[in-house]
Design a protein around this ligand. Structure first.
Ligand SMILES: Cc1ncc(COP(=O)(O)O)c(C=O)c1O
Length: 396
């Protein structure tokens, strides 16, 4: 770590190739007994080197925007390996996906179905589509991470799904190939996923009886990790929960994990910029990194373990671990026990590989951090830190 930081500086995202591989392998093993494809949710981390690593492991991609489709292509994925999700896809994005012939465009509404149909007919092709349903199932997670409840903006309410699928099959520009659901993220309980699998399988059987033959069920992502260092959600329990229903459908299974694969494989490394301890106020550790690099604590009240890279012997104190930004909510950890900490010490924020760099911003004119991959006995920079010239490149 000291060598890397000497060369690359801080803040810095550091990823472990072996941890990405092992998480992927655990999921693959869990679903071994049933035909399935893992489509990595690029929204969790779309750095090209990470995508290439996953492509090499046989994964497909789940893209959520035109930019993510572009990233998938640049990482070497074929269009037939990309599913395209997104609640507000523009006509340009849809047309690009139709032109490429992606594996499935996950349809969010009947209006969107009409737009895809028109775009496909204009090109003289049939677009492969899946219907994203909203099953009104509570994922038991943070409210900001729920996507499958009736009042969430995603998908078509389940009772409208069967008639809409029958209608899709009648449209000349559409080839309905699947049903899609995504309940939410950071789910530690697999029971809601089992209920969603049952809903999808029943729907597939219902429309099959009405003459609409599909290829796949896409269960989305959502498997949670142990941010507090205790037990992860278990891929084997996940598979055991969803496979009975999926098996009855006989359809190929897609899953779209993001966080489970990359969160534990990444850490954010910062340096202590200042410390403050005044009687009557909390003790503060001010880092050179904060919400601009990792917004999850602020956005989701998320807990990330924070550790000293080289712990110093001595009594523990409780600290507010904060960032350098001009925002009170720029706090990475509240009331955290740490040993003696001095300016220039290195601090690591754990489990930061998902929804970390992808949500980074230039707020306060900060430069996006560097990213480093540790793999095969060495390390390499996979994204250089932005320069100040990068920051001003698009401005008059
Ligand atoms: C459609 C879809 N698929 C997959 C995912 C990945 O979720 P996770 O990172 O929790 O596995 C998300 C995340 O929100 C999503 O919206």
């Amino acid at each position: 770590m000291a060598d890397i930081v000497r060369e690359v500086g801080t803040p810095l995202y550091l990823y472990s190739g072996p941890l990405v591989r092992s998480a992927c392998a655990r999921l693959e093993r869990a679903f071994d007994s049933y035909p399935h494809t893992l489509h990595f949710a690029m929204k969790a981390n779309s750095t090209l080197a990470i995508l290439r690593l996953l492509r090499g492991l046989g994964a497909g991609a789940d893209a959520n925007s035109g930019g993510e489709i572009e990233a998938a292509l640049r990482a070497g994925f074929e269009p037939s390996q990309i599913v395209f999700t997104g609640v507000g896809k523009t006509r340009d994005e849809l047309d690009r996906a139709v032109a490429l012939g992606v594996k499935a465009i996950n349809i969010e509404s009947d209006g969107e179905a009409d737009r895809i149909d028109a775009l496909a007919r204009a090109r003289g092709v049939k677009a492969r589509v899946a219907l994203r349903v909203n099953p009104d199932i509570d994922p038991n997670t943070h409210a900001h991470m729920s996507t499958g409840l009736r009042f969430n903006k995603f998908g078509v309410p389940i009772e409208f799904a069967a008639p809409l699928l029958r209608e899709l099959a009648r449209k000349p520009g559409l080839d309905p190939v699947g049903i899609h659901v995504h309940l939410g993220s950071q789910m530690l309980d697999v029971a809601p996923l089992a209920r969603a699998a049952r809903v999808l399988a029943d729907l597939a059987c219902e429309v099959r009886d009405a003459g609409v033959g599909l290829e796949h069920l896409d269960l989305g992502g959502g498997l949670g990790i142990a941010y507090d260092g205790t037990a992860h959600a278990d891929p084997a329990a996940y598979a055991a929960a969803v496979l009975p229903a999926v098996r009855e459908s006989g359809l190929h299974l897609l899953i779209e994990p993001g966080r489970f694969i990359v969160a534990p494989a990444g850490i954010l490394v910062g340096r202590v910029a200042d410390t403050k301890a005044y009687s009557g106020s909390p003790r503060f550790i001010v880092l050179d990194t904060g919400m601009t690099e990792l917004i999850r604590p602020m956005l989701y009240e998320a807990f990330h373990r924070i550790v000293a890279v080289t712990p110093t012997e001595g009594p523990e104190e409780r600290y507010e671990v904060v960032g350098p930004l001009c925002e009170t909510s720029d706090t990475l950890g509240h009331d955290r026990p740490l040993g003696p900490v001095a300016v220039d010490d290195l601090i690591a924020v754990l489990d930061a590989g998902a929804y970390g760099f992808v949500m980074a911003s230039n707020y306060n004119r900060r430069r996006m951090p560097a990213e480093v991959m540790v793999d095969e006995g060495g390390w390499r920079i996979i994204r250089r830190r932005q320069t100040y010239d990068d920051l001003f490149r698009n401005e008059e």
